[in-house]
Design a protein around this ligand. Structure first.
Ligand code: NAP
Ligand code: P7Q
Length: 676
């Protein structure tokens, strides 16, 4: 009988198990997870079908987020210096992955053969006390209410059984765990096939995704002198296969596409892969979980499959450990599905798009031309590079840049669990002005992650506001956009028409719990104090000072007792920068708003505070220029520019119950820029 999703019935009297967690599959994903579980003291057994570690290196690229995951666990030290993987690509079109975040210490991509990753992860897992049993093929799983009985068959036919509290399938695209537990695996069957081989004794020109009239060819010389060739003949559909392709097939396809004969070479490794795109409809079924390729099948392009899988494991370890410790924390496991499945789905979409660009025939050329043009635009490059690097504004990638608060990011069992359905702000409503991008967007995302229904206010950039809402919804959060240009007559009225209508539709009332005055206008660059006109001065005050005052005034009847007002100021109220004098004056004004309203609203338990960021990456073009970023970074005591998330975390703290005793305060969130 497959395990079911009925609530666990284990109690203190449940029978003792052989181990807490059985991981099926000793690939990179299973081994990373095994090590992580051991750091939390979870008894962990890994069952692997192969008697010996794999000798072939399917994947070899590590992305920025994975590098951070490895660094946090000391795995990078074990791997030693890794070569820079150079520029990346999107569907074969050049894309510098460093564009994701030039300030990130692991911006770009890094090379390490999968065999090396596996051996280091295995060494770590074993040192930490995981048990690894090789040569065992799992043949049945049975939920015995409170524990799972796992049965496996050895190469010699002998049977072994292990009882455990949880099973994690890290057993790849052809996962037995997925099949035995009855997970649905939905998506699209393959339509196109590619052949790969490592071949010794051939000398062909190096090729990076060379599109030729008959197909696509890639050739890359390994340090040992052998050559990795990859070839797709336009339209070649997947064959029924029971094993790897014959070398002759590769030779024929290579000749058809490049006109070159590699038949005299010696094949060292042969492999066929296709553009299958499938994902488990859930990542957890009762006591069985899936991670890596077991949870999602995709074309291996640009190393995304490996990185996605490793990031699944990184998210799961702390959660599963928390659940093993506390029977009432099923929410931790639900959170794993909630966080990782949308990221998987999004990655699969992007891989499908890439496979069309890469493997399509001449008919995709116009699309490639347009894509090539788009990739010339900084924000497009950054968007795609962030997605591939695992640095999109998603919960699992919250550690975009190691920030002080993320010292132990893989222990999500603390009360601040980011994706727990019962967040700290569940049932709260929040208005974040100017949340179409930058600090406002990051704040909206974090408040929503804590359970708040967020009003995403913006002035004109509807597409970006919609994207903020979409990012929130993709993580299971709730949000809606409201448009209102601030600093013009009728602005606050327009804003609250949208706010009240939206709240009424969704909650049946117009109660507002949290107000973040974030929208702000700045002085255009190059406008010195002598050049500021009366109009410019008035505009800055209208948006940055007058509008927040009247927003607070208008919000008073809606604000709940115990509510929160957070005004975004700037470190420039304490740091002299003459070009920004008028802007800084407006921020001085908003700090006064906090001080005096704090006193006024204290009887209602409403706190009012100012948060002052320093230079913060809000996605504007200047943050695409590494030299500029480097220079700006020097102002902070931590020698980096702030990330929007750095500020959003501070705002989210002030929005919570934990900050009830702070009011009328100025909070410096500038990474020590004011320390001198
Ligand atoms: P940003 O990326 O420039 O985004 C500004 C946001 O405010 C957008 O959502 C924009 O909406 C909205 N907005 C601008 N003018 C508006 C107007 N007249 N009416 C309504 N909405 C308007 O912002 P940011 O850099 O994240 O800054 C957010 C806050 O932090 C601001 O108060 C800023 O002064 C402060 N701050 C920023 C930094 C920094 O280095 N980034 C440093 C210290 C303080 P649309 O997209 O629809 O136009
Ligand atoms: O210099 C800032 C700064 C800036 C700018 O860079 C120009 C921009 C982005 O158009 C507006 C802006 C807003 C700011 O709040 C700051 C800022 O807070 C700051 C800057 C330089 C040194 C220290 C700072 O805060 C401590």
């Amino acid at each position: 009988m497959p395990p079911t999703s009925t609530p666990p019935t284990d109690t203190d009297s449940a029978p003792p198990t052989d181990t807490d967690v059985v991981i099926v599959g000793a690939g990179p994903v299973g081994l990373l997870l095994a090590g992580d579980l051991r750091t939390h003291g979870v008894r962990t057994t890994v069952l692997e079908q192969l008697g010996e570690p794999m000798t072939e290196s399917r994947a070899s690229t590590l992305h920025a987020r994975t590098m951070t995951v490895f660094e946090e666990r000391g795995i990078l030290d074990r791997l030693g210096e890794l070569p820079d993987g150079g520029r990346g690509h999107f569907g074969g079109l050049p894309l510098d992955l460093a564009a994701a975040d030039p300030g990130h210490r692991y911006a770009g991509q890094w090379k390490c053969p999968q065999t090396r990753i596996e051996s280091v992860l295995q060494e770590r897992a074993l040192e930490l006390g995981a048990r690894l049993r090789r040569g065992l093929r799992v043949v049945s799983l049975a939920d015995r209410g409170g524990h799972v009985l796992v049965e496996a068959v050895a190469d010699d036919g002998g049977r072994t059984s292990v009882t455990c509290a949880f099973v994690v399938g890290c057993d790849g695209g052809d996962s037995s765990v997925r099949r035995l537990a009855g997970f649905d695996f939905e998506g699209r069957a393959a339509t196109l096939e590619m052949l790969r081989a490592d071949v010794a004794g051939i000398d062909v020109p190096a090729r990076r995704f060379e599109r030729l009239p008959n197909g696509l060819a890639v050739a890359h010389r390994w340090p040992d002198g052998s050559t990795r060739v990859m070839v797709h003949v336009h339209g070649a559909s997947p064959k029924e296969r029971t094993g790897p392709p014959a070398f002759e097939e590769v030779v024929t396809a290579w000749a058809e596409v490049t006109g070159e004969d590699i038949g005299h070479g010696t094949p060292l490794w042969l492999n066929a892969f296709d553009n299958t795109s499938r994902q488990a409809t859930r990542y957890r079924k009762g006591r069985v979980l899936l991670a890596g390729d077991a949870a999602h099948a995709q074309m291996p392009v640009g190393g995304q499959a490996l990185n996605l899988g490793l990031q699944d494991a990184a998210e799961l370890g702390g959660r599963l450990a928390g659940r093993v410790r506390s029977q009432d924390r099923d929410d931790l496991l639900d959170g794993y599905d909630l966080v990782r499945r949308p990221i998987g789905a999004h990655t699969l979409d992007n891989i499908r798009a890439q496979s069309l660009l890469l493997l399509g025939g001449p008919e995709v050329e116009p699309l490639r031309d347009v894509f090539g043009e788009l990739l010339g635009l900084g924000p497009v490059r950054r968007h795609l590079a962030r997605m591939i690097s695992g640095l999109s504004g998603s919960p699992a990638s919250a550690a975009q840049h190691p920030s002080p608060s993320e010292g132990i990011p893989h222990d999500p069992t603390a009360s601040t669990d980011r994706s727990s359905k019962m967040g700290r702000l569940t049932d709260k409503t929040a208005l974040v002005t100017g949340s179409s991008r930058g600090i406002g967007r990051a704040t909206a995302q974090r408040l929503a992650r804590e359970g708040a229904l967020v009003i995403v206010h913006y002035a004109s950039d509807q597409a970006s506001a919609d994207e903020t809402v979409e990012l929130i919804e993709r993580e299971g959060g709730r949000a809606f956009p409201v448009r209102a240009r601030l600093g013009v007559p009728g602005d606050v009225h327009e804003l609250f028409l949208g706010v009240e209508r939206g709240l009424k539709e969704r909650t049946g009332e117009t109660r507002l719990d949290i107000l973040v005055n974030n929208a702000g206008a700045t002085t255009p660059a190059g406008l010195g104090p002598e050049e500021v006109t009366a109009e410019e001065f008035d505009r800055l005050f209208a948006v940055n000072a007058k509008a927040p005052f009247f927003i607070v005034q208008r919000a008073l009847p809606l604000l709940s007792d115990g509510g929160r007002i957070i005004n975004i100021s700037s470190g420039l109220t304490r740091f002299a920068s003459p070009d920004q004098v008028a802007y800084a004056m407006t921020k001085g004004a908003i700090e006064q708003l906090s001080l005096h309203f704090a006193r006024h609203l204290a009887p209602r338990g409403i706190t009012v505070n100012s948060v002052a960021p320093g230079i913060t990456n809000n996605g504007s073009a200047v943050f695409d220029i590494p030299e500029a970023v480097e220079q700006m970074a020097q102002l902070s005591a931590f020698k980096r520019v702030g990330e929007a998330a750095d500020v959003a975390d501070v705002v989210t703290f002030l929005a919570g119950d934990e900050a009830r005793w702070i009011t009328g305060s100025f909070v410096d969130a500038s990474g020590g820029t004011l320390l001198g």
